[in-house]
Design a binder for this molecule. Structure first.
Ligand SMILES: [Zn+2]
Length: 302
């Protein structure tokens, strides 16, 4: 598990739900688990600037550097803003995903989880949005390819569609993106694309855990078998939980155990169990902490 305390210094305007308390709640929950002693906990390093290549263009990085507010806040979009610590937190979150990928592909770890913020899956190549600045999972995928992986799969079970990840890899069939999401819902982008390596699983508001499970089995498993990835990356969002204040799906704790187990089974079958998972959404602090614990336990049991 890779994290960094400075990810807790990033704060946004207006009592924002994507708050430092999310990581604190996860850390507290893990302290109460006896199996957490088996976790190797590492501190993230900032991403090396050259590893943005292929995901975020120079002009986007320059635009963010110009926005960097010093004091106060600078808005990126209606619900995403920067304080003086945000860009460091974003570089650490991206760096954690890179570090996790290097560890898993290098055989240092079988699986890795990045407990970081800001999240990443809404960030398109040149557009920060939806609480996201850099697309952490996309940077991890790009790093995996540069380290010799021929094909990777990104599995995104956040309640919101991973529009940024789809936009970044739309013309890159070596990166399969499977995304389940409430539909219609935020962000309303990149959810109508037609490409064999982009697997969209829209779910109506009010969908149950059983409906989620059926749809994921139907859509993701055959796609994974077809793609034969060398590494599975996970955009692990926990806002499809029925207690989540932002999402409108009705998943329970057991559904997050189920999808985590499905990912572990697929990774065992296809890529020697190699999984890199990174935190996306999840805004009910208790449900988030419980479900991250469940997810980590499944990755550890791997
Ligand atoms: Zn979300």
């Amino acid at each position: 598990m890779i994290s960094h305390h400075d990810c807790e210094k990033h704060m946004m305007l207006d009592h924002h739900p994507e708050s430092p308390a999310r990581l604190q709640s996860i850390a507290n929950a893990l302290r109460a688990q006896d199996w957490a002693a088996e976790l190797q906990q590492l501190s993230a390093s900032e991403i090396d600037a050259e590893l943005f290549a292929g995901v975020h263009p120079r002009h986007y990085l320059d635009m963010l550097a110009e926005l960097d507010p010093g004091e106060g806040f600078a808005r990126i979009d209606a619900d995403t803003s920067l304080n003086q610590y945000s860009l460091r937190a974003a570089r650490l979150a991206a760096g954690a995903a890179i570090q996790a990928t290097e560890a898993v592909l290098g055989g240092v770890a079988d699986t890795a989880f990045c407990a970081v913020r800001p999240p990443g899956h809404h960030a398109e190549s040149a557009i920060g949005m939806g609480f996201c600045i850099f697309n952490n999972v996309a940077l991890a995928a790009e790093r995996a390819l540069s380290l010799g992986a021929e094909r990777v799969a990104i599995l995104d079970f956040d309640v919101h569609h991973g529009n940024g990840t789809v936009e970044i890899f739309l013309e890159r069939p070596e990166v399969m993106v499977c995304s389940s999401f409430q539909y219609p819902f935020y962000p309303g982008r990149m959810d109508q694309v037609n490409a064999a390596h982009i697997v969209l699983t829209p779910l109506a508001a009010g969908s149950s855990g059983d409906q989620f499970r059926q749809a994921v089995e139907r859509d993701w498993l055959p796609a994974l078998l077809r793609h034969q990835p060398d590494l599975i990356l996970v955009s692990a969002g926990f806002d499809a939980h029925r207690q989540d204040p932002l999402g409108g799906l009705l998943l329970e704790d057991a559904d997050f155990a189920w999808v985590s187990q499905l990912i572990v089974d697929a990774a065992r079958r296809l890529c020697q169990g190699r999984i890199v998972s990174t935190l996306e959404g999840g805004y009910h602090l208790d449900a988030l902490a419980r479900c991250v614990s469940i997810h980590l336990r499944e990755l550890l049991a791997q």
